[in-house]
Ligand binder design. Structure first.
Ligand code: ZN
Length: 594
């Protein structure tokens, strides 16, 4: 039996690592979250509270009374604009359970309409019933998620800032909802002081909606919610959108982008953003000068990013087009009134670089940078590419990248192909089917009809004519690879580094390569205990041969996915090794286009 590390210690060590692996949760980015809520306002101290929150960069939730919001419309707008969540605490704080059906509805709906003046029509408001007093009847009449609290410092009773602070700190836990009232000056002072301490203890202050969203918990209409303790799900905060622009036909075309799943709300006339703002669907044109304001949101009220605000004064030129064919570079101007400039030494191009007038022959090993610019235009973004030593043109790999030479060689030899549009996609993951395809191409061998029949009998997930079918059948018949379970091969499954080790070692064995004694060769990896038992001999072999290595922190990362860049490097090391040994000397297959 093989184990990691020095053999005497091996059993103990592996046991310890396994135990650790099960006890420690895998979510490294987990954060302590707390939602502080302010009830019964707005009032005369709310502006001071908003100043303090802004200074500290934190977001909270306001359960407002409709009657108070009517009295302080500017404060409601400000709280909303600054990213806090606005919620409904009834119109004038009655015990809702004592009202008729229409009385309950009236309290909630009147307040919604008043809050809409700041947040926009169509906004969803969470509700907190006054005194937390509810029945099944009021819950269903309200028809919104109902928010209670889990920390109550009794600030309205003590009216002492130090006590408010201490009470909050004493009871707050990860996922708590804290109840404070911003109609008392002492509560505002005490809450701000508590926020400083909570931040120093590693808490992030979020709105109620964000507290639940980031933990993957949905708020349900007509149900009570008191807190949201850690669930193991840790979604990230919403990132602000980016605004980019380029000149097109004398106008300025604006493109907005944000993280998937969010909507982008924007304005171009300087107006504040809310639920009624435009929602971005596609690039649009503006007349300069103008200000673009944009936020990304899962929900505008309480679950949105900070605002991106960009003044667009001068249009930028569009990045020029770049083609390289038969070693000749052609640049294409795409902006009226602009000219194109380039460098061939790796430095960024600007309008003082060489001006492009006609196609330019290149020498192998040239990095191309180009931009467009001109009168009344900002310089365009850079267009870049590499005309490689072997005469390949890539838009996304450069000589400074460690896998560059191997990627260039692997493409030239026909083992790996680009993914279209002159791109190599070095960071893209490699599937099991793709890995075998590389080895199959390298072998120069031909699969037999019998072998094709065998693989389809053995597994239920091998299609007749996928690009990898021949390669998978070939590899399976030669013992280079096994299925991922008894009936599936998982050809489209992403290959991990330990799977890659097994396949490459299987290939070397099949070719009869001379393999050194490698027992214990993975012992120096800090994460050796995470290597699966079925993969350990292969990882040791690959390490002993120098074909695969750990990262700069001496971790092998057995379960990380293999990327195209890494795979090219390992494949070429393997090809060199075989050549040096004089084994597996099949000629590379002919270059084909696919
Ligand atoms: Zn209240």
């Amino acid at each position: 039996m093989r184990k990691c590390g020095k053999r005497l210690l091996s059993l103990l060590l592996a046991g310890a690592l396994l135990a650790l692996g099960t006890a420690v949760p895998v979510h490294a980015a987990a954060k302590k979250l707390v939602a502080i809520t302010f009830d019964d306002g707005p009032g005369p101290y709310t502006d001071r509270l908003l100043d303090g929150l802004k200074q500290r960069g934190v977001k909270v939730t306001f359960f407002m009374l409709g009657s108070r919001a009517e009295a302080y419309p500017g404060v409601v707008k400000r709280a909303y604009r600054e990213g806090h969540q606005i919620a409904n605490h009834s119109y004038d704080h009655p015990d809702l359970t004592t009202l008729s059906d229409s009385g309950v509805k009236n309290q909630i709906q009147t307040t919604n309409r008043i809050l809409n003046a700041a947040c926009g029509k169509g906004t969803d408001y969470l509700v907190r019933s006054p005194y937390g007093s509810e029945t099944g009847r009021t819950r269903s009449l309200i028809g919104a998620p109902l928010i209670y609290w889990s920390v109550d410092p009794l600030d309205w009773k003590y009216r002492n800032a130090e006590t408010v602070k201490n009470n909050i700190l004493q009871d707050t836990f990860d996922g708590a909802i804290v109840l404070v009232h911003d109609i008392h000056s002492t509560s505002v002072t005490g809450a701000l002081a508590a926020i400083d301490v909570l931040k120093s203890r590693g808490y992030e202050l979020v709105t109620v909606r964000e507290l639940f969203r980031r933990r993957g918990v949905s708020l349900k209409k007509g149900e009570d919610h008191y807190s949201c303790k850690p669930t193991g799900t840790n979604l990230s905060a919403v990132a602000a959108p980016t605004v980019s622009n380029e000149a097109e036909g004398g106008r300025l075309k604006v493109t907005l982008s944000a993280q998937p799943g969010t909507k982008i709300y924007y304005s171009t006339d300087g107006s504040d953003l809310n639920q009624e703002s435009r929602v971005y669907t596609q690039p649009f044109y503006v007349t300069t000068p103008c200000t673009v304001r944009a936020v990304a949101a899962y929900q505008m009220n309480g679950s949105r990013s900070g605002e991106t605000k960009v003044l667009l004064a001068t249009p930028a030129a569009k990045a020029p087009g770049l083609r390289v064919e038969n070693g000749v570079m052609t640049l294409e101007n795409r902006t009226g009134g602009a000219q194109v400039f380039y460098t061939l030494d790796g430095s960024a191009a600007d309008t003082t670089s060489t001006r492009y007038t006609e196609p330019v022959p290149l020498s192998p090993g040239t990095v191309i940078s180009a931009c467009a610019g001109g009168e009344g235009l900002l310089d365009s973004p850079q267009t870049r590419g590499t005309y490689s030593q072997n005469g390949n043109f890539f838009r996304d790999i450069f000589p400074s990248q460690w896998y560059y030479q191997d990627a260039d060689r692997a493409v030239s030899a026909g083992y790996l192909r680009g993914v279209g549009n002159d791109t190599f996609a070095p960071e893209r993951n490699v599937t099991r089917g793709q890995l075998l395809t590389l080895l199959y191409r390298h072998s120069g061998e031909q699969v037999t009809p019998l072998e094709l029949e065998q693989i389809q009998t053995a597994f239920t997930d091998i299609p007749d004519r996928a690009y990898y079918t021949d390669a998978v059948a070939w590899g399976y018949a030669r013992g280079i690879v096994r299925g991922c379970d008894d009936s599936s091969f998982c050809p489209e499954g992403t290959a991990t580094r330990q799977e890659m080790s097994v396949m490459f070692q299987g290939y070397l064995s099949y070719l009869g390569a001379a393999l050194p004694d490698s027992d214990g060769a993975a012992g120096h990896y800090r994460d050796c205990g995470k290597i699966a038992e079925w993969a350990l001999p292969a990882v040791e072999q690959m390490s002993a041969l120098g074909l695969m290595q750990g990262d700069d922190r001496e971790n092998f990362r057995p379960r990380a996915f293999s990327t195209r860049g890494q795979t090219a490097a390992v494949l070429m090391r393997l090809a060199d090794l075989l050549e040096a040994q004089g084994s597996g000397s099949a000629p590379p297959p002919e270059l084909t286009t696919e």
